[in-house]
Design a protein around this ligand. Structure first.
Ligand code: AMP
Length: 216
């Protein structure tokens, strides 16, 4: 199974990817998560990426394409992958097509999770993540049983630096300008499947599963 998850920030790509990776047994490749790890570890890549992430901007294509190319070399990708947050620009989409051609494989589909823009701000600014196991929470929609503490592992919950209102607005603008053109890029090559991201996590997962089963 080779899938790209497309959609604006806050559409629930990461949450759906967590569910799908368990169902289909393929690795979840999140460029955002790879950058956050590099930032935490203060590697040269992390120090460079942080400048862009804090401003809600995209990390340059050359760096981003490089980390995905490297990740594809790992043996777990032989079974397939779920790409979350990549590609985000036309240049990245073209580079991905070239990588797939070199590996002689094709995408099963590009799953576009569609959420109205007015819902995204509230989704993103209330988002919390476990520092230890990365489980996602939301202050309003999926609160932890004990405030600030992960239900699963007891780790501390935190808000991503780039989920502040000002940065979220800039990320949405970047999505509209640079990433949303990928919807027609993939539709034009008949590789796009759109599902509504409205409703509960389970409702969206059910919709996604049904859409993927329809492809087979
Ligand atoms: P995400 O967790 O996918 O929302 O990504 C968080 C941040 O990491 C983004 O706002 C970007 O600054 C950076 N990032 C993640 N994926 C990409 C990508 N494909 N291209 C450029 N920047 C990215």
């Amino acid at each position: 199974m080779r899938i790209v998850l497309l959609g604006p920030p806050g559409a629930g790509k990461g949450t759906q990817a967590e569910n799908l990776t368990k169902i289909y047994g393929v690795p979840h490749i999140s460029t955002g998560e790879m950058f956050r790890t590099a930032v935490k570890e203060e590697t040269p890549l992390g120090l460079e990426a942080k400048k862009y992430m804090d401003a809600g901007e995209l990390v340059p294509d050359s760096l981003t394409i490089g980390i995905v190319k490297e990740r594809f070399l790992k043996s777990d990708c032989a079974k397939g992958f779920l790409l979350d947050g990549f590609p985000r620009t036309l240049a990245q989409a073209e580079a991905l097509d070239q990588m797939l051609e070199e590996l002689d494989v094709q995408l099963d589909t590009v799953l576009n999770i569609d959420v109205p823009e007015e819902d995204l701000l509230i989704r993103l600014t209330g988002r919390q993540i476990c520092r230890q196991c990365q489980a996602p929470y939301h202050k309003a929609f999926k609160p932890a049983q004990k405030e600030g503490i992960c239900d699963l592992c007891g780790g501390q919950l935190y808000q991503r630096d780039d989920d502040s209102e000002a940065t979220v607005l800039s990320r949405l603008e970047v999505y509209n300008r640079q990433t949303s053109p990928l919807i027609s890029y993939y539709a034009d090559s008949s590789r796009l499947t759109t599902v509504s991201g409205d409703g509960s996590v389970q409702e969206v997962t059910d919709r996604v599963k049904a859409a993927l089963e329809n492809l087979q």
